[in-house]
Design a protein around this ligand. Sequence first.
Ligand code: HEM
Length: 503
Amino acid sequence: MLSLLARLNWPFLVLWAGVALFGVCVDRYRRSLKFGKLTGCQTSHKQALVKDPFIGLDFIHERVIRGLSGRRLLDCIEKFKQYGSTYSVDRLTYQVVQTCDPKNLKQVLATGFDDFQLPSSRVSVMGELLGSGIFTLDGDLWSHARSILRPSLMKHKMDGLPSIIEHHVQQFLTHLPRQGEDVDLQPLFFELTMDIATEFLMGYSSNMLDPSRKREKEQQFFDDYMLCSEEAIKKMSYGPLRFFRLNLAATKAKKRMIKYMDEYIEECFERQDGTFQRTDEQNAFQEIASAVTDRQSLRDQLLHFLLASRDTTASLLSNLFFVLAKNPETYARLRSEVLSKVAYENPTFSDLRDIEYLRWCVNESLRLHPVIPSNGREAIRDTTLPRGGGADGESPLFLRKGAVVLYNVFSMHRDPAIFGDRVQEFVPERWSGLRPGWGFLPFSGGPRVCVGQQFALVETYYVVARIVQTFERLESKDPREWMELPGLAMTCRNGNKVGLYEA
Ligand code: HEM
């Protein structure tokens, strides 16, 4: 090996590497010039400082260290203040554009949808964790996966949702102490949404909250899932170096998770007599089972669907109750508005839609702590963004094929130009008459908009209504501020410790 290295003509190799690099730069410049003439777009003058121009080790280091501090998203806001609402991070190996400009988000997610695909880092990391499903697919395979899931989430099916939820909410309430003793709501919300999601989507609930059940298996599944979810986010932040990251605990957790899912699927089949002929009234499990041919695809699709439906709604509930506990006046107003509409009765779907202040509180939580705070897409051809190019950043921006656009919903949701004053605070009243359009995207937008938005909202409204009916007062038992816990859905790092007082 050493003799081979010694025989290489190093000056010649370095010269050729230099020529190749020069060629790449000239080609990029020529392409951007040509494309600029055709479309009027420009390159970005807003460039973040890059210390390592090859693979970006400085950014990987920054993301990992900031991630540990629980302040990564707040730091992003500072970066946008420093460089503008769209800026580039250019390296020789790849181009990244960071944006929190609603016009650019609309372009990536809707108007220019066909020019983008999911970033390769997401496809490989999530694929490794959950297999192939709606969150890793593009093109025809994605359309097909989406068309399978949609029927079970049609709007008309939401009318029956409150009656499915009620039983699980009653079990959830039995776990809450009633005289102000400390309780962490976060893990309980995860169990509740797991029980509801499995019943609605698969026709058979995991019943994690049932006090008569031994829950070790479910608890293990839950812990494994959280571990894999955190690992996935960490891996993605390693960018091109993600392949070097090894986590044996996560590998073991994934194996157990798959085993749990396989057993669960077996039970679902047994309970439903293995009959999966198409009918008009199918749940998601039946829809998927009748559309795929093998067990592994069924498991993969279900894992994606569970991730989509369970973690997100649990995180929303947990984030919302975190801020409600810190804002007793808001809690009191919410309670009074719910009671004036439905008193202590079980609310129906239409009751829930009519409680305006409940809607405002949920919107405000999704604004302040969006459950999916940032996301990305990769350009599949040379294309443009409407803003970010030129010296003032107001011209269309050239994006070369392969560039990754990272769009930051968290920063956009704290833009005073869209949401007015006190953007760092929880102020549901701001939603009176507010129409932020593409400035508010908790459920994304365009063809890949969340298919479960109605389901998530009805579930959240119902759970909130039942809790405020039951408890007159809620107080925070944690003096700390909300801090991010990055995962595939974002929750509070310190959980949600509160005291509740029965009415
Ligand atoms: C508060 C709760 C929820 C939030 C904030 C939320 C948010 C989102 C967001 C932002 C996306 C886009 C992801 C992307 O483009 O990369 C998404 C996609 C998706 N959501 Fe939700 N979601 C929630 C609940 C649900 C529920 C309850 C379900 C199912 C019952 C669901 C099913 C899905 C599916 C299947 C997708 C993939 C859509 C596609 O790629 O075509 N979500 N969700």
